[in-house]
Design a protein around this ligand. Structure first.
Ligand SMILES: CC(C)(COP(=O)(O)OP(=O)(O)OC[C@H]1O[C@@H](n2cnc3c(N)ncnc32)[C@H](O)[C@@H]1OP(=O)(O)O)[C@@H](O)C(=O)NCCC(=O)NCCS
Length: 172
């Protein structure tokens, strides 16, 4: 991302969150999540070093991933109209690449997956490492991806040559 894009990123996240995630949360969970995705806080976390990588299509942001502590997926959201095109997979691949460069001994990537997203994470290679939890109204499955089993060499573009309209993914 570039500074100045935080409002557009948060707009995307909030829109997708309300459609796919919020219906499974209590009111407390929705409020808690909204506190985490304020534009100024996102910009501050980016300035402090969190990798935030975006997917764009026709000049619009259609996907975003934020990593924290170079090992944990804090946010991953893809525009409804662009889902199931490999964008989340490619954002994970790029984010893992950045994290691995920063920590060459990195062994695992973790995520607290919202219930609706756990199948997609499983297909990317994550496994559940605990039962469903609820903290401050936020429901999630703790999941992890062991990097020794992860092939980070194939981008979605090369893995799916039949998807010529694949959006541009660019890094932090
Ligand atoms: C979860 C999410 C990020 C996935 O994004 P996406 O770009 O559609 O995912 P991809 O296209 O990269 O899919 C990766 C794999 O998961 C599969 N997949 C994607 N969405 C899926 C779903 N809802 N159910 C089952 N499998 C799914 C894809 O088929 C693909 O599998 P394959 O590699 O075997 O073909 C997106 O659905 C989303 O933004 N959901 C709402 C927000 C959310 O819950 N974010 C996670 C917060 S922790």
């Amino acid at each position: 991302m570039k500074l100045g894009e935080e409002t557009d990123i948060v707009d995307l996240i909030v829109r997708v969150f309300h459609e796919f995630v919020a219906p499974q949360y209590s009111r407390e969970g929705v409020t808690e999540f909204r506190k985490f995705v304020r534009a100024e806080d996102l910009a501050d976390r980016f300035k402090a070093g969190n990798p935030i990588i975006l997917a764009q299509s026709e000049g619009k942001i259609v996907g975003a991933i934020e990593m924290r502590e170079n090992s944990h997926i804090a946010l991953l959201f893809v525009e409804k109209s662009h889902q199931q095109n490999g964008i989340a997979k490619e954002l994970c691949r790029r984010a893992i690449e950045v994290c691995r460069k920063r920590n060459q001994n990195l062994q695992r990537i973790t995520v607290n997956s919202s219930p609706n997203a756990s199948s997609a994470y499983q297909k990317i290679g994550f496994i559940c490492v605990g039962n469903e939890k609820t903290v401050n109204g936020i429901r999630f499955f703790p999941m992890e991806l062991l990097l020794e089993n992860y092939d980070n060499s194939q981008s979605v573009n090369s893995a799916n040559p039949k998807k010529p309209d694949y959006p541009d993914v660019r890094g932090s």
